[in-house]
Design a protein around this ligand. Structure first.
Ligand code: 5RP
Length: 262
């Protein structure tokens, strides 16, 4: 069945495809969450089926776990894995130092734990996620439901002393009801427009009672693979200080492109 991919989906697909080159037999691989990570899981599933790739996947959300099982990837828990070779995940924003905002899909807590215990973290993204300064994307904060309005007030007060261009904090909703994460928590989205000092912001926010974790990933990502709608891929490696360009062609009749849902 022929499928017409949008340029943005092509960009996400080629980034995911390129990142599969880092995956080797026997690896324990952290599987990210979101539409770009879903492409990766599909690509890996195809490698398991067609090339006999042997990996164990550690998903970062119930959504990703379901998709991974669906495409034939062996899924194990983080406690079974203990330490991972590699995590590949999407991001909402990345800057020149490969610091990230994540959590647009509400899975930042599991994503941060899994990425932190991985030898290497690779982000796959379309070029629109590249920013000079983090903060245009609302920063997600995972908070416990108990007293979440008090936690919101404490967050707003903390922002008064910070280098930001906005201070609005909103409770993430799922239709008419508050959104719940896989861990049973809420998400507060902070509309900051610009985060002048992301490292300080991350440290300060995590001191507030009621906050479980924030969506800033500082010094966690090693490599970002940026996809473009025309099939080009750029790979930036922060440790090597290298930038590499590649290209992928599409065969849009592959099963891989059918019925992908995030
Ligand atoms: C989920 C995330 C995602 O990686 C992020 O939201 C990017 O998603 P997408 O690939 O759909 O743009 O952090 O919590």
């Amino acid at each position: 069945m022929a499928t017409q991919l949008s340029p943005i989906d092509k960009a996400k697909f080629v980034a995911a495809k390129q990142a599969t080159q880092y995956v080797e037999d026997g690896m324990k691989v952290g599987l990210g969450t979101g539409s770009t990570a879903a492409w990766l899981v599909k690509c890996l599933g195809e490698m398991v089926e067609k090339e006999g790739l042997k990996i164990k996947g550690i998903p970062t959300s119930s959504r990703t776990a379901a998709l991974a099982r669906d495409v034939g990837i062996e899924v194990i828990s983080l406690d079974e894995a203990k330490w991972l070779d590699l995590t590949i995940d999407g991001a909402d924003e990345f800057d020149g130092n490969l610091n990230l905002i994540k959590g647009g899909g509400g899975s930042l807590l599991q994503e941060k734990i899994v990425a932190t215990v991985s030898d290497q973290m690779i982000v796959i993204a379309d070029a629109a996620k590249s920013v000079e300064t983090l903060g245009n994307f609302p920063l997600p904060i995972e908070v416990v439901p108990f007293g979440w309005q008090t936690t919101k007030t404490l967050l707003e007060e903390t922002l008064i002393g910070m280098d930001v261009l906005g201070r609005k904090v909103t409770l993430r909703m799922n239709g008419d009801a508050p959104f719940y994460t896989d861990e049973g928590n809420h998400i507060l989205d902070m509309h900051l427009n610009r985060i002048g000092n992301a490292r300080k912001m991350s440290l300060v926010i995590n001191q507030i009672p009621g906050v479980v974790e924030n969506g800033l990933f500082i010094d966690i990502c090693d490599i970002v693979v940026i996809g473009y709608g025309d099939g080009r891929v750029e790979t930036r490696d922060i440790n090597e200080g290298s930038v590499e360009e590649n290209r992928h062609d599409f065969v849009e009749t592959e099963n891989l492109f059918a019925d992908l849902s995030d």
